[in-house]
Design a protein around this ligand. Structure first.
Ligand code: HEC
Length: 114
């Protein structure tokens, strides 16, 4: 009985995640998994963080198109700079170097779209 409850509440959490972040890809590695958790918490309010879907903030590019535009190393640099200075309309968001690497791993795991 207890197990059934755990399974049910887990299913609820997964369903909630799925509705918050449309179409997240299956994370490819533990780093990508941590990156997904970080971006779901800190970035999904403005950016579409999954493989499909529109950003909540129309000016914020979906991460799948960020994936297209940047190499991993370029993205790592631009995230480090964003953490410091923000980017255009985007406010600075504090990210540690380890968090930046997780986010890069996650974005790299997305299928690129234009
Ligand atoms: C308050 C809304 C908001 C939040 C939260 C936000 N962003 Fe942004 N982001 C934007 C906007 C708007 C732009 C486009 C800026 C512009 O070009 O003026 C942008 C641009 C970017 C770009 C540049 C894309 C490119 O190709 O040049 C990256 C990378 C990025 N955001 C990553 C992130 C990450 C990672 C997070 C979470 C840690 C995040 N953003 C959270 C609004 C946001």
């Amino acid at each position: 009985m207890r197990n059934a409850l755990v399974v049910l509440s887990l299913a609820g959490v997964l369903a909630a995640c799925a509705s918050m972040a449309p179409g997240p890809s299956m994370p490819a590695s533990p780093a990508a998994e941590r990156g997904l958790q970080f971006v779901t918490r800190s970035c999904a309010g403005c950016h579409a963080v999954g493989n499909v879907g529109q950003s909540a903030n129309a000016v914020a590019p979906p991460f799948a198109s960020v994936r297209m535009r940047h190499t991993a190393i370029g993205l790592e640099r631009s995230l480090a700079q964003i953490a410091r200075d923000g980017h255009g309309e985007m406010p600075p968001i504090y990210m540690t170097a380890a968090e930046v690497q997780d986010i890069v791993a996650y974005v790299e795991s997305l299928a690129p779209v234009s």
